[in-house]
Design a protein around this ligand. Sequence first.
Ligand code: 2Q2
Length: 322
Amino acid sequence: LIFILAACGGDESSNGESSGSEGETTTWKLGHLSNEDHQWHKTAVKFSELVSEKTDGKLEIEIYPNEQLGSETEVLNGIEAGTVDMTISGETMQNWAPEAALMAVPYAFKDEEHVKSVVEGDIGEEIESAVKEKVGVTPLYYHLRAPRNLTSNEPIKSPSDLEGFKMRVPNVPLFMDSWKEAGARPQVMDFSEVFTGLQQGVIDGQENPVDLIHSASFFEVQDYVNKTEHVRSWIYVVVGNEQLNSLNEDMQAAVKEAAEEAQAFGMDLYKTETEGYVQKLEDKGMEFVEVDQDAFAEAMKPAVQNSLSEEQLALYEKILSA
Ligand code: 2Q2
């Protein structure tokens, strides 16, 4: 890039990297893993419109769905390197901030209200400041998520059905431990590689909320949604600390305001769209299977106890009694 700028006689002030001064436009790249019909993407589009409006076009956000900018982990690394600016991330951030593992401990949250009260309360604040400090990104707003379910081509009703079951998990050590403990053979894989992995039989299954099962068209290569509902969680839309801090105060305030409005917009979409995915998946031929959730919870318990540190377990206890 430096070479090209030099060759074209380009001057440094027009490269879009410095921000906030008169007449300059800053562009942030947001990379995420869902498709364009998904609520995360639609909310990001809304956020980007709001930001553009509120900054008179001085800050623009370009959105790249379907892991076009790389996997969740790669994009998080990219934010640190300055090649990407924003992403949508949750428990994968446990690889930097152990506190983020608490976003997705199997069977920790009773229901949606429990999740919401934790995110919006002291525990959420503790997780957010850990993320800010250790991952180097600032959460701007969050999405509630439908419970994660295990998909497969044979019904899986209890952990005893998991023998030899090769499955994908995201880059979340706690998920690896939990599924191993339950008797499966989990492996870490990027989200965008899961479809092909299933198609080619590299893996037999994967686990995700109904909306992402739909987003990635897993219905084409999986027959069953086993209602394990093992993880209830949320996910943050984050921006690199440096990127945020390089804006002047007015622009930072505009970003905050836009984030608050996007928060409400996304919550609305979650409420109106999420339920419908069950029907959509059934229409595509998937069958929902009732499972012995207590047995899965029991089977995963040792992983929770063994793979979490004392500090993490303390936070876990707080969540259970919240
Ligand atoms: O399965 C996935 O890849 C997604 O559901 C998310 O990326 C996952 O929940 C975590 O990696 C979130 O940090």
